[in-house]
Ligand binder design. Structure first.
Ligand SMILES: [Mg+2]
Length: 149
């Protein structure tokens, strides 16, 4: 499995991309996106309609990441994996692709939307809280069981 910045995006175009933040662009709760990840965001934006899609409610951080990437977030207050995260788009005429690190959140969102899921290798940090580590462990457990059925 590849980190976001290692993804091969050559076949991904003319799609609506819902891009996860925590664990995908940055380690959990962090705001500074690496140069490599930013280059990948730019590559993604050139050929697709891209939205950040995060369950984080930290408004300041959302604004900071939005400024850095030039990307808008899906509507705040609607949480993944609800398919309503794209309700603001109205009629959707393009294929949707979800890029994220969590099977339980991003993977289920893609299923709810009938979208393609690109699961990335998770960005971890020694600053990850015990709770975050537990959630990751559960998510990996879920993924390892259900991705093979
Ligand atoms: Mg995530």
């Amino acid at each position: 499995m590849r980190f976001f910045e290692e993804l091969d995006l050559t076949d991904l175009k003319d799609s609506i991309v819902l891009l996860d933040l925590d664990g995908t662009l940055v380690p959990d709760g962090q705001s500074d996106i690496s140069e490599r990840a930013m280059r990948k965001v730019e590559e993604l934006k050139r050929a697709n309609e891209v939205y950040l899609c995060s369950n984080s409610r930290n408004v300041e951080r959302r604004m900071k990441v939005g400024r850095q990437t030039g990307l808008a977030f899906t509507v705040e207050g609607i949480q993944k994996p609800s398919e309503k995260v794209v309700s603001f788009l109205g009629n959707i005429s393009k294929p949707i692709v979800v890029i994220g690190d969590k099977a339980i959140i991003d993977g289920r969102l893609s299923r709810n939307l009938g979208a393609k899921f690109i699961k990335v290798r998770r960005k971890r940090s020694e600053k990850d809280s015990l709770f975050t580590r537990l959630v990751y462990w559960l998510d990996d457990f879920y993924y390892n069981i259900f991705s093979h059925i």
